[in-house]
Ligand binder design. Structure first.
Ligand code: ASP
Length: 324
């Protein structure tokens, strides 16, 4: 593993598969009565959240704690960040506290890269979502979930539907799924496809009904109104009519196909409530898998190539056997 995880494009196929396989081991840990491993004892993980989050922040917190790391949660509201402290000064504070990994979410695309490449911190940096740019651990948990249901993703057909323009989830998924050999179709109105999408490793379509019967998984995206500064579609109703997943449309999917959403969902907009709660929906499972995937990422970043992370009390090997 490289020192940081900033983009899904940082991962070659072998690295991505290593994370997914390690996440499989972590997931079995979650099924045991005692969910904790000592693998990252003595390591400090800081969750630095400049933008709101429910799932991702809790997921990283649970992941760090299950590996026995010390986890510090730091959110913009209620800290000196809301007093205007710069990213640099915040980074220097984290460095002074001895953070081994900084998990950062920021509304500015590129903020995690700035932190990783500035020389301000020695820690590993994990991008937990930067602006409209990337969200690599979301893509990893999505791939993990798809592999559990569909097996090897080579040649699998994945439809990613909706507000691609503002979605860091779509970009990270497109990159990672291409690395894993899947065929991605982005389905969106022309106004919600990014400029330059022809350089992405995907095909595009405006026709959801035509895409669904050919898909092994369909990933619905939230309409990100907070990032919209103009009218990108005529009305919510019109959007749902053309790009929402309702029961009729779900009926166009093959029997084995799964329905996904990264959350938070806007029920009734991009996905209807009955679809979100249906048997085909793996949306809640995505959240469970997120913890396992983030455990794998933190573990692989902080313990090097299975080397012993030394602790003050114990300097024995804490490689994968520590997960046993
Ligand atoms: N939770 C995801 C993200 O942070 C998706 C979303 O917000 O719609 O990007």
């Amino acid at each position: 593993m490289k020192r940081h995880l900033l983009s899904a494009a940082d991962l070659d196929r072998d690295e991505a598969l290593l994370i997914l396989d390690t996440a499989g081991e972590m997931r079995s840990l979650a099924d045991r009565p005692i969910k904790k491993s000592p693998a990252l004892r003595g390591r400090t993980v800081v969750n630095l959240f400049f933008e709101d989050s429910t799932r991702t922040r809790i997921s990283f917190e649970a992941a760090g704690k299950r590996l026995s790391a010390d986890v510090i949660n730091f959110s913009a509201k209620g800290s000196s960040l809301s007093k205007g402290e710069s990213l640099k000064d915040t980074a220097l504070t984290l460095e002074a506290m001895g953070a081994d990994a900084v998990v950062i979410r920021h509304s500015a695309s590129g903020a995690p890269h700035r932190l990783a490449n500035s020389g301000w911190v020695r820690s590993s940096v994990v991008n937990a979502g930067d602006g409209t740019h990337e969200h690599p651990t979301q893509a990893l948990l999505d791939a993990f979930t798809m592999r559990r249901h569909l097996g090897d993703l080579d040649g699998r057909r994945i439809a990613i539907v909706g507000d691609v323009l503002h979605s860091r989830v779509a970009r990270s998924n497109a990159l990672l799924l291409a690395t894993l050999g899947a065929e991605v179709t982005l389905v969106a109105p022309p106004t919600l496809l990014p400029v330059g999408v022809e350089t992405w490793p995907v095909t595009t379509s405006y026709d959801l009904d035509a895409t669904l019967p050919k898909s092994d998984a369909v990933m619905m995206l939230r309409v990100q109104r907070e990032r919209m500064n103009a009218a990108f579609f005529p009305s919510a109703r019109e959007y749902s009519r053309r790009y929402g997943l309702d029961a009729r449309r779900m009926g166009l999917l093959d029997a084995h196909a799964i329905v996904m959403h990264p959350g938070p969902m806007i029920r009734g907009m991009e996905i209807s409530a009955d679809v979100a709660d249906s048997e085909r929906s793996v949306i809640v499972e995505q959240v469970t898998n997120g913890v396992a995937v983030r455990m794998a990422v933190l573990y692989l970043l902080l313990s090097g190539s299975g080397e012993a992370p030394e602790t003050s009390e114990n300097n024995t090997t804490a490689g994968t056997e520590a997960l046993a």
